[in-house]
Design a protein around this ligand. Structure first.
Ligand code: FE
Length: 343
């Protein structure tokens, strides 16, 4: 307060008292977004919001963990209003670092499924991706039907999957711990490790390629990587996808493990009202289409999926667990992986 008075006095002394007032007004028409997303459809997404509301968007794009680090170091003086990132495990990291604030929004509470939002409204999922099993049918005649099956000794030397520190795998382990407890989850991880075809390496797409080439018989990866290959302009990519069979895991049980792309309002957001408005906009039918399609993900709002390649994969049963559990169990998940020797 003291500092503000001081500034105003200084401004008055300089004969510029009208400047802060008009600047404050202009500031309400601005929104600063830190985003780990960068897809073509995002342009239309942001343009539509500005058209609808008159609010100009400034965007800073970066890698997920780097953006969290940046927000952390900027602290209370950060210009950021909204953080968009992927995986509930990462949203949890941001939340743990005190980067988000709880917000009140009937629109979001109504439009976003309960299990895809933070219990205290610190962040919301706006699209989902499933973590599925990929199989080379020439090498594997009776494919694993569950995540648990991946530890079955009959798949010795066949399983390829990325490293345990990868956020998608941390969230998968967090869900295994949630469903089976720590001890059984570790046994499972040990079984999977003993089935490895090679040491963990590369990203999800690399695992799919390795299954197609026959280096591995079985892998695990997110759905959008597969759809990306299916839709690729490069015929070699499409060939990779065609050689691989997708298995929806745990369809006779709890359902497939899903995760979210999500966003929350930053703790010291300078434009909080605009930030809430933007999150509400992300839950609208048109924005849901742009947001999900940009990365071949599923909208969280029903009836707006328009992605023939994704729809053709099927209509799986989904694990209804609240995705915020992935964050809560994350430290334990890494410990369990380490103990199981999953690099
Ligand atoms: Fe990804």
């Amino acid at each position: 307060m003291k500092r503000l008075t001081h500034h105003l006095l200084a401004a008055a002394a300089a004969g510029a008292l009208t400047v802060p007032a008009s600047a404050a007004f202009a500031q309400d028409d601005v929104l600063n977004i830190y985003s780990a997303r960068h897809y073509q459809t995002d342009e239309a997404l942001y343009e539509d919001f500005t058209k609808e509301t008159g609010i100009q968007i400034n965007r800073i794009e970066g890698k997920d963990d780097a953006l969290i680090e940046r927000l952390r170091s900027e602290g209370a003086s950060s210009p950021a209003d909204v953080l968009i990132t992927v995986d509930a495990g990462r949203l949890w990291r941001a939340e743990e670092a005190g980067l988000f604030q709880s917000i009140e929004s009937d629109v979001l509470d109504e439009r976003i499924p309960e299990n895809l939002q933070h219990p205290e409204n610190k962040w919301f999922g706006f699209s989902t991706r499933a973590r599925v099993i990929y199989v080379n049918p020439e090498l594997v005649q009776d494919p694993p039907q569950t995540y648990e099956d991946l530890a079955d000794p009959k798949y010795d030397g066949l399983v390829c999957i990325r490293s345990s520190s990868n956020i998608y795998n941390l969230s998968l382990m967090a869900s295994m711990i949630e469903h089976h407890g720590e001890e059984a989850a570790q046994k499972w991880a040990e079984g999977v490790v003993s089935n490895f075809a090679r040491d963990p390496q590369g990203g999800d797409t690399d695992q799919i390629r390795a299954v197609a080439s026959g280096e591995c018989g079985i892998s695990v990866g997110n759905t959008y990587y597969f759809v990306r290959l299916l839709k690729s302009d490069d015929p070699a990519d499409r060939e990779v996808a065609e050689k691989v069979e997708l298995v929806w895991p745990n369809q006779d049980g709890r359902g497939v493990h899903v995760n979210v792309s999500g966003a929350g309002v930053v703790a010291n957001a300078p434009h909080k009202a605009a930030a809430v408005k933007f999150l509400e906009y992300l839950a609208s039918d048109s924005a849901q289409g742009y947001f999900a399609n940009g990365n071949n993900e599923y909208p969280v709002v029903d009836g707006v999926l328009e992605n023939p390649e994704l729809e053709a994969l099927g209509d799986p049963k989904i694990d209804p667990v609240n995705v915020s559990v992935y964050g809560e169990n994350q430290p334990l998940a890494q410990m369990v992986y380490d103990r199981a020797g999953w690099k």
